[in-house]
Write a protein that binds this ligand. Structure first.
Ligand code: COA
Length: 330
């Protein structure tokens, strides 16, 4: 069975930078509080004409350029997002249309911050099974539209940003590629980080009452998320290492979902590694949910943080709870 390999990576973030100082004008918060608790200095906000698929198109063009593939070569689109342009259909079909791709399979993955690694696992299985040869996998979010920029909602509105990352996954012609993926979830924590409406739990699923009670906005129990994240990240990274008989010394770089710099620091401490092995760009973009790992991977690659032959571990944790990892030989 042929391994699957990432042959192209690209990302794109909206131009509009929102600094902590900008947020200080909208709510009772400080640059110092945000940096100390999260490591975030600024994030990007999409303009009011841009949906997740629009960011996804530019990230995809960049990934396709690196892989040397054209829109007509792509034979499957997987789009990881919690902020699809419309409630349905998903954003993947909008990519198919906007990029003039053939009438190929296209679907969305709604595993929140783990969405990109879940999507990578799907792409890996489809390539290994011989079903596809050129998969476009995108992680993109325009999620700042679901936030409120006032003191009452400051816990979430300081954290999240918009952006997109994409990869091309193809069959490998040697032993490099995606070595393993591991996916997990624990639905008993679904309400620790969630956005209740619109949804089929409600009849009707959107109403003035839902809006008056702000059930259409995300809600987070930050302490609960933190507590579980710092356990699940090391666990799933170790699972990736053990499956491939690797030690932390063998790994060039761990690319975690950019949830919070303090979470990454706690994970590094628990695993006995320095932050030099734990990639971070959260200071520039905040938490971009499904887009954070491909954006980080794209920047880390451009910075020369890993190259041919290196082992890289991707690790994610988020709403669900879901968590996941991928071990890659570049
Ligand atoms: N600015 C200033 N003060 C703020 C604030 C903000 N943006 N947000 C909350 N506070 C205040 C709180 O109101 C509280 O005040 P009080 O003590 O007077 O009640 C105080 O700061 C402490 O709040 P708390 O919620 O206990 O802070 P915390 O140390 O748990 O940090 C998070 C909050 C959100 C930064 C932290 O819980 C966290 O990072 N959780 C994980 C979140 C995450 O990664 N989510 C995405 C997962 S994919």
């Amino acid at each position: 069975m042929k391994r699957a390999k990432i042959t192209g990576i690209g990302h794109y973030v909206p131009e509009h930078v929102v600094t902590n100082a900008d947020l200080e004008k909208l709510m009772d918060t400080t640059d110092e509080w945000i940096i100390n608790r999260t490591g975030i200095k600024e994030r990007r906000h999409a303009d009011n004409k841009t949906g997740a698929s629009d960011l996804g198109v530019i990230a995809s063009e960049n990934a396709m350029k690196m892989a040397g593939v054209k829109p007509e070569d792509i034979d499957l689109i997987i789009f990881a997002t919690v902020s699809s342009d419309y409630y349905f259909p998903g954003a993947a079909v909008l990519i198919q249309k906007k990029m003039s791709m053939k009438n190929i399979g296209a679907f969305d993955v709604r595993a929140a911050c783990s969405g990109f690694v879940y999507g990578l696992s799907i792409a890996d299985q489809f390539i290994r099974a011989g079903m596809n040869e050129n998969i476009l996998l995108i992680g993109a979010e325009v999620q700042t539209v679901a936030l409120k920029f006032d003191t009452e909602h400051r816990d979430l509105s300081i954290l999240f940003g918009d952006g997109a990352g994409a990869v091309i996954v193809q069959p490998s012609n040697n032993s490099s590629g995606i070595l393993s993926t591991h996916l997990h979830s624990q639905g008993e924590h679904a309400k620790s980080l969630w956005m209740p409406a619109p949804g089929s739990h409600f009849h009707p699923w959107i109403s003035h009452e839902i809006i008056d009670n702000e059930l259409h906005l995300p809600v987070m129990n930050g302490k609960e998320v933190f507590k579980h994240a710092i356990v699940r990240f090391p666990e799933v990274i170790q699972e990736a290492l053990d499956t491939n008989n690797l030690s932390l010394e063998d790994v060039a770089l761990i690319i975690p979902h950019q949830a919070n710099y303090r979470i990454s620091q706690a994970v590094a401490r628990r695993m006995g590694i320095g932050m030099d092995k734990m990639y971070s760009n959260i200071h520039k973009y905040g938490n971009t949910t499904a887009a954070s790992i491909p954006i980080a991977m794209s920047e880390a690659y451009a910075e020369g943080r890993f190259s041919e032959g290196d082992y890289v571990i991707l690790a994610a944790f988020g709403s669900g709870f879901t968590w996941a990892s991928a071990a890659i030989r570049w």
